[in-house]
Ligand binder design. Structure first.
Ligand SMILES: [Zn+2]
Length: 183
């Protein structure tokens, strides 16, 4: 089985990867999401399809939107990475670690779709004032809400049908993250 969005192969060895980032878990007999980028079952393919986009067909605005999406997801991945190191509760830490890996995969998806050769170098942000797990979870919720609104706004401004689908798939993943960090 292959994920049409991130292109990863899903099998009996990795189906439960990142499971701390999901409210409903995959089982070996019932794979309901991609363990790498988090998209739901309808984006998984039994015959190794993947959604490809020819970046030469994307207009300048769409490339800008994708470039910004790379950065948004990288910043969020970086935040979760730091939040995991700061968190005191084991379960929260595991959730942040898994979320960090998933957001970084999202940034790589956008990088590939936009045909961008290199990941950008982002400035480091200090999260020191978020000095409890609850404060970190609160910020996580804000970041996920921002990501959802980004995808929902800009899916209407890109000039490619497949990209609209991908933005919808990723918005759903981030919506699930909002539920997860609220718990
Ligand atoms: Zn995937």
């Amino acid at each position: 089985m292959k994920c049409k969005i991130c292109g990863m192969d899903i099998n009996e060895k990795n189906y439960n990867f990142n499971e701390s980032a999901f409210t409903n878990k995959n089982t070996i007999d019932n794979i309901i999401y991609c363990p790498f980028c988090g998209v739901s079952k309808k984006y998984l393919s039994e015959n190794n399809e993947i959604i490809e986009i020819d970046s030469n067909l994307l207009n300048e605005d769409t490339l800008k939107i994708l470039d910004h999406a790379v950065k948004l997801e990288l910043f969020n991945g970086d935040f979760y990475n730091i939040a995991a190191l700061m968190s005191k509760n084991d379960k929260v830490r595991k959730t942040f670690e898994a979320l960090s890996r998933i957001e970084i995969i999202h940034s790589k998806v956008h990088q590939r779709l936009g045909g961008f050769a290199n990941a950008p170098n982002l400035s480091k942000i200090s999260y020191e004032r978020y000095d409890s797990d609850n404060a970190l979870l609160g910020l996580a919720k804000q970041k996920e809400e921002h990501a959802v609104s980004y995808y929902e706004k800009y899916k209407n401004e890109v000039n490619n049908m497949n990209l609209i689908k991908i933005f919808e798939a990723l918005a759903d993943v981030e919506k699930d993250h909002i539920i997860l960090v609220k718990e």
